[in-house]
Design a protein around this ligand. Structure first.
Ligand SMILES: Nc1ncnc2c1ncn2[C@@H]1O[C@H](COP(=O)(O)OP(=O)(O)OP(=O)(O)O)[C@@H](O)[C@H]1O
Length: 290
């Protein structure tokens, strides 16, 4: 099977006034058509930079070495205009800050109309929004972005990304902040859309349970280095790298009570209880140091 996505020797350096930050170092990664790749790693490990490279969204002036090919297109070498046109035609994208990615002067319906072909875009949009647990989809369609809550905007963006059946779906933390039932709906909708269209899906997530539920392959990043990459079951059941093992060990068993240990964290001393797989709620404050 041809790779839908191929990255060879990718190094990305951001240049700021104060310093140069190497966000990715010599990354080699391939994803076949129809696969679901979960990109995991701690904050600052380079996950969003990887997505920006795949989407042709790196800031101007960023230093890039190596090659990226996504379905015969090179998003890193393309101009901003070429990359924008390609994304519109080929990519369904769920960004991390969903509310900012909607156009303030357009209603939700007008967002859908841009991607819809034929007359049934409205019923398709209503179906997607209903599948994502929005109770009054017709009302949501009439609203402007500022009239949506954060969770609503997130689900609108997910519905838009899957709407047109593009060959590549890219989602940056699509379920962060959503409740457990909606998380499951989002996962199901993304997977259903992938099944229907045969698209490939690249998913950035901190949630290893979500990665396990959704992905066929997992790529583990640490400090810009791809430390482990392979079939999801192999990486999660038999991790080779100590960092992957520590990520997996940090996921508590369902129902277990967890007291966050990191010194300096706002949540230090907060007990979390897993109410649903992969979803933790603050149960009580137990005092730092316990
Ligand atoms: N535009 C930028 N200019 C300078 N440095 C940046 C820029 N974007 C990211 N970085 C730095 O590059 C590194 C990788 O950041 P990146 O956002 O890719 O990580 P991440 O794994 O997605 O983190 P998070 O999970 O917190 O979103 C970090 O050190 C970050 O501070």
């Amino acid at each position: 099977m041809n790779p839908a996505l191929q990255i060879d020797g990718l190094t990305v350096r951001y240049r700021t006034r104060q310093a140069e930050v190497t966000a990715l170092r010599d990354v080699h990664l391939g994803v076949a058509a129809g696969e679901v790749l979960a990109v995991v790693g701690e904050s600052g490990s380079g996950k969003s930079t990887l997505l920006a490279s795949l989407l042709g969204l790196l800031p101007t002036g960023t230093g890039v070495e190596g090659t990226v090919t996504v379905q015969d297109f090179d998003p890193v070498a393309a101009t901003a205009k070429e990359a924008a046109r390609w994304r519109f035609q080929q990519v369904g994208y769920v960004p991390q800050l969903t509310q900012r990615s909607l156009v303030p002067v357009l209603t939700v319906a007008e967002h859908f109309r841009q991607f819809g072909s034929g007359g049934d875009w409205r019923s398709q949009a209503v179906r997607s929004l209903t599948d994502l647990g929005l109770r009054a989809p017709e009302t949501v369609l009439r609203r402007h972005p500022h009239e949506l809550s954060g969770g609503m905007a997130q689900r609108v963006c997910i519905a838009l990304a899957t709407f047109a059946g593009k060959p590549l779906l890219v989602a940056d933390e699509p379920t962060s902040g959503l409740d457990p039932l909606v998380t499951v709906r989002v996962a199901d909708l993304l997977l259903e859309s992938r099944r229907r269209t045969g698209s490939s899906l690249v998913l950035v997530t901190h949630n290893l349970r979500l990665a396990r539920r959704m992905s066929t392959r997992i790529a583990v990043f640490r400090s810009g280095v791809l430390v482990e990459h392979g079939p999801a079951a192999a990486v999660l059941e038999d991790p080779l790298h100590p960092y992957t093992r520590s990520l997996i060990a940090a996921v508590p068993e369902p129902g277990r009570r967890l007291v966050l240990p990191e010194a300096g964290s706002d949540l230090t001393g907060t007990a979390l209880v897993e109410k649903e797989p992969g979803h933790y709620v603050a149960e009580e404050t137990v005092g730092a140091g316990r």
